[in-house]
Design a protein around this ligand. Structure first.
Ligand code: AMP
Ligand code: TRP
Length: 333
């Protein structure tokens, strides 16, 4: 099978959680291990679309790179770098913002959610965020982009920009049309406190998420406190539809263990939720604790992380500098 060219990014905004892991990072590792050509980017330029403390941002850039490595991304096989260290991203973003249409950006639901009621006060960067994301992907001729469900619309925009550019400049195939890789199941991990809200870095309640740096006791405590209901353990998939918190917990279990939902329903049927929760905590500790221990270790080895990012940036610079020149030529520069 032909290898895919993979590009994906994660924002260094702290608190990387189980949703990021199951929805995105776990798949990055699988794609790498299948032998694809992979580039994973710490998208620090995206992070500054909302105000950041410079000192904390710097720590978070390193911690995000550490999380990639701790989760199984091997810097010898994949390129790991941070976006701001490769100038082609900012340049391509400007050039592509002259191709993207206002009408397309006005449809972006993430902007509407993040800007909230007072969108006049949102940064212009937050508005054109998806154009920078398209630049990230198109600069490297990525063919496939693994992301969680929430990024699907942004990926469609990247495809639209790519097609319009190729048409406007009469340059078929100049940009690839990237395919989203979104898992069929568990592409949206929900909050432990409210099964209708996605698990998020920015939720004020830390009990709503399992952070990848949580200790074993924190994991046990959060699962114990995770919202359930007083009804018995569900017996059929249909039964899950109206119980989003339960569906989410069973989904997490299924995804991390590789067990089918039907088999889990059979295994726990007639049992008390506390037993399921104990098993789930054990599974989470088995899967997450080795990662969190490795993150903590790597967090102390700043020179190693900085070296990985430096080498990754050099490779990314090499790949993108030719493409940015070609893009500029198309405009007539
Ligand atoms: P972000 O932290 O927003 O940069 O997201 C990094 C990656 O994690 C993206 O591919 C997101 O789609 C994915 N992601 C974030 N939150 C969730 C979630 N609750 N469930 C599944 N995937 C998620
Ligand atoms: N917008 C993505 C998110 O918030 C992160 C991102 C930036 C990205 N550039 C990308 C993802 C390019 C995939 C490809 O999750």
């Amino acid at each position: 099978m032909a290898t895919k060219k993979i590009f994906s990014g994660v924002q260094p905004s702290g608190n990387l959680h189980l949703g990021n892991y199951i929805g995105a990072i776990k798949n990055f590792v699988n794609l790498q291990n299948e032998g694809n050509e992979c580039i994973f980017c710490v998208v620090d330029l995206h992070a500054i679309t909302v105000k950041q403390d410079p000192k904390i941002l710097k720590q978070n850039i390193r911690e995000t790179a550490a999380t990639f490595i701790a989760s199984g991304i091997n810097p010898k096989k994949s390129i790991i770098f941070n976006q701001s260290s490769v100038s082609a991203h900012s340049q391509a973003s400007w050039l592509l913002s002259c191709v993207a249409r206002m009408g397309w950006l006005n449809r972006m639901t993430q902007f509407k959610e993040k800007a909230g009621k007072d969108k006049e006060k949102a940064s212009v960067g937050l508005y054109i965020y998806p154009v920078l994301m398209a630049a990230d992907i198109l600069l490297y001729d990525a063919t496939h982009v693994p992301v969680g469900e929430d990024q699907k619309q942004h990926l469609e925009l990247a495809r639209d920009i790519s097609k319009k550019f190729n048409t406007d400049f009469n340059a078929a195939d100049f940009f690839k049309i990237p395919e989203p890789l979104i898992q069929k199941n568990f592409a949206r991990i929900m909050s432990l406190k409210d099964g209708t809200k996605k698990m998020s870095k920015s939720d004020p309640s830390d009990l709503s998420r399992i952070n990848l740096t949580d200790t074993e006791n924190e994991i046990i405590n959060k699962i114990k406190k995770a919202k359930t209901d007083t009804n018995p353990f569900p017996t059929s998939i249909d039964n899950l539809k109206s119980r989003p918190e339960i569906e989410n917990l069973i989904g997490i279990y299924s995804s991390l263990s590789g067990t089918k939902i039907e088999d889990l329903l059979n295994k726990f049927k007639g049992q008390n939720f506390s037993l399921f929760k104990e098993d789930l905590s054990e599974l989470l500790i088995k899967k997450i604790s080795p990662i969190s221990k490795e993150i903590n270790k790597l967090n102390k080895d700043i020179s190693f992380i900085d070296q990985v990012l430096k080498e990754g940036s050099e490779k990314a610079n090499e790949l993108s500098s030719k493409k940015i020149e070609d893009i500029k030529k198309k405009f007539g520069f």
